[in-house]
Design a binder for this molecule. Structure first.
Ligand code: FE2
Ligand code: FE2
Length: 238
């Protein structure tokens, strides 16, 4: 379930400046969707009425690393550089039924990722037994009951994880769909020759100033491991 070579043009050994930035961004979307599918499985298995197992701190930390590096640090960063240099006005552009395309989606994703990380921190601390007095031998009723408070804190952390994970996935999947259905075609239609050159240059400049290939390879390896673990096939989202 690894990402095949032709699906990751940003890692090819040839001169990537010859590749169309939107083609590369779309290829990255497929990888991101696979990771989101894994995140949805985690939320299903670990939270809510269908909860079947304890949260796996190692797996979710890997997923967080992927979203921080590959999505925020790499994909969003280069996409914003490309859009800005294209000089095609996008903010407020309508995508579908009255919804406006917005870079705020990137910020909303970042906020939900921070929410996931915070909730996971509480749960993992509790799982590791390093969360201090977990209330053994304490009175089991009343607002000052430490065990009850601890249980409430853990329940809130699980709830928080589930809510942020589902929201993160929903926002990002819709955002990806909007970009591919409306935004990339709009840019393509309005790009001037100068704008096209400037956008391509900005994109490739951003590509070399962020991460080395080793970090990207690490991200792909993470998605491969998570897809194996959560039985998510490549490209099965939607
Ligand atoms: Fe985006
Ligand atoms: Fe994108």
């Amino acid at each position: 379930m690894t990402v095949s070579h032709h699906e990751r043009p940003w890692l090819r050994g040839d001169d990537s400046s010859m590749d169309d930035p939107t083609e590369i961004l779309i290829a990255e979307h497929r990888v991101v969707e696979q990771a989101l599918n894994c995140l949805e499985r985690m939320a299903e298995r670990w939270c809510g009425p269908g909860r079947r197992e304890e949260l796996d701190g190692g797996a979710i930390r890997e997923a967080i690393t992927f979203f921080q590096i590959f999505v925020e640090g790499w994909h969003f960063h280069r996409e914003e550089a490309y859009f800005a240099a294209s000089a095609v006005p996008l903010e407020g552009f309508e995508v579908g039924a009255g919804d406006a395309f917005s870079f705020h989606d990137h910020e909303r994703c970042a906020a939900h990722l921070r929410g996931i990380e915070k909730s996971v921190g509480v749960i993992v601390l509790w799982q590791s037994g390093r969360s201090g007095d977990r209330g053994r031998g304490q009175p089991r009723s009343g607002r000052s009951d430490p065990a009850a408070m601890r249980r409430a804190e853990i329940a809130a952390a699980y709830r928080g994880f589930g809510e942020h994970a589902r929201a993160y996935s929903d926002v990002l999947l819709q955002h990806i769909e909007n970009e591919e259905d409306f935004v990339y075609p709009l840019i393509e239609r309005h790009l001037t020759p100068d704008g096209r050159r400037a956008a391509a240059e900005a994109f490739h400049r951003a590509s070399v100033e962020v991460f080395g290939r080793d970090r990207l390879e690490e991200c792909l390896a993470i998605v491969g491991r998570l897809a194996e673990r959560f039985r998510v096939a490549n490209g099965t989202v939607r």
